[in-house]
Each structure stands twice: as C-alpha cells, then as structure tokens.
Write a protein that binds this ligand. Sequence first.
Ligand code: CNA
Length: 250
Amino acid sequence: MKECIDLIKSSKKILIFTGAGISTNSGIPDFRSADGLYSFAEEKYKVPYPEAVFDIDFFNKNPLPFFKLSSDLLSKDVKPSITHKFIKRLEELGKLEVVATQNIDMLHEKCGNRKVLACHGSYGEATCCSCNKKYKFSDIKNSLIDGKVPYCSCKGVIKPDITFFGESLPVDFYNFVSNPPVIDLVIVMGTSLEVAPANQIPLMYAGKVPLIIINREKTVYDRYFDYSYLIDCDNFSKLLLDELPIYKTT
Ligand code: CNA
C-alpha cells in the first residue's frame, strides 16, 4: 500500500473512474452486490425484470418506476461518502485531471467536484420525450424528489438526460475517448467494470500509466491493473485523506 500512496502523492494528473460501489456507504445500493438493486428492483419498483428500471423501451411504456428510483437516489438524506471527499481533496490539491463516473446520483457534484465526466449522463438536464423541449434540474426537481412523473406543457413525459439501456452515451464521453487527456495515474473505485463502453475509459490507459483498482470484489479486468486492493473504498480513502495535505484557501 505504501508504494501506492507514494504514487498518488507524486502524481499530478490523476484520472479517477468511479462506479456505484463508491455510493453504497452513502446508502445507495449498487447493481450487482448481493444486496444490490438487481436483487430487489422487481419487488420495490414493480418492474418485470430488474434492468427494466433503466430500459428505454420499458420507460416509454411506464416511466413511473424510474421516477420512484430517482426519488430514492436524490433524497436529501443521501450524503457524499468518504470516497467522494477523497476525490474532492484531489481536485482541491490540483492533482485531479477528471473524475469519470458511471454514477447518476450527482454525489460528486454535491461534494463539490467540478471536473466531472458523467459517462451515463446526469439529472442536470432533461428533455421532453414528445417535443424535445429542454429542461433544467430545477424545473423538475420537485417531481424527482417526490417520485412523480414530470410532464411538459405539451403533455409529453420529461426524461432526465441519463443514458438508459438502448441509448447512446453522451457526446462528452465519445469526445473523451477519441481525444483522451494526458494522465499520469488511473484509480478505479467501486465498479465491477462490467458495463461497456464506459469501462473503456480506464482500460485504454493500461500499460501506459500505473493503474490502481479498489473494489470489494475481483473484476474480470484485474489483470490489467498494477495494483489491486479488495477492500472497501472508504477504508482506502480514509487512509489517503490522512496522508494528503489539507487544502488551504489562503
Ligand atoms: P456494479 O456492477 O453494481 O458494481 C459495483 C461494484 O462495487 C461491485 O463489484 C461491488 O463489489 C463494489 N462495491 C460495492 N460497495 C463497495 C464499497 N463500499 N467499496 C468497494 N467496493 C464496493 O455497478 P457499476 O457501477 O460497476 O455498474 C455501472 C452501472 C451501475 C452504471 O450504469 C450506473 O448508472 C449504475 N448504478 C449507479 C448507481 C449510482 O448512481 N449510485 C447506483 C446503482 C447503479
């Protein structure tokens, strides 16, 4: 672990790639853990199969389950985890090039990070499914918090600009992979790396710069990593927060 801590201390352009595992300690279940969304979505959100909550064809027929889930994700009781705070510290220290996240819970933004690439979109903007009118988060915030379907003045359903199964990723994602920034260290945290093409982001740096993965379980890509720690990412982050200097505004 010391070698890894030294690497983080000496790096200046770190890419962090995060998944649902960094938000489990904030109370948001991931997908694939034993107690993850896949284990209870059918019952809690009344969907015929778990992936339906994020399936665009299902959403077009019945958008309510997605908005019920959104209400849970965006609840004010959900606070950033120690890992979100560690990543924020890296940005404050000028060490973070970008945090590329697969998460849609907006906890990086809530924690204060600005250099966020939302690989699967975000609730920040939304679009009417009928007339394509654009909305901001604040326009539909109340419906999202209450778990209700927001409607446009044309009576179409307003869908947050989140990538569902069956949709393409945001243009920012493709811009990133076609013109990747210079990075000196990649740290992957709390993801099974099973979802493509988002998983290309860390993997395209394999063999070029050191790669670290922090995840509770092994992933099928661990062989591409120089350092792999099967631990809770908050334990890792706590260690690092104790080691890194505290950002000073003066
Ligand atoms: P996943 O496939 O469920 O994998 C999560 C991984 O994190 C698993 O391998 C777990 O073992 C691991 N894990 C869970 N808790 C911790 C912890 N505290 N410390 C370390 N490791 C932990 O989820 P992925 O993110 O890999 O899959 C990408 C999907 C999940 C994206 O499309 C997301 O939109 C989607 N998702 C997002 C959220 C969110 O925004 N918080 C929640 C659930 C699903």
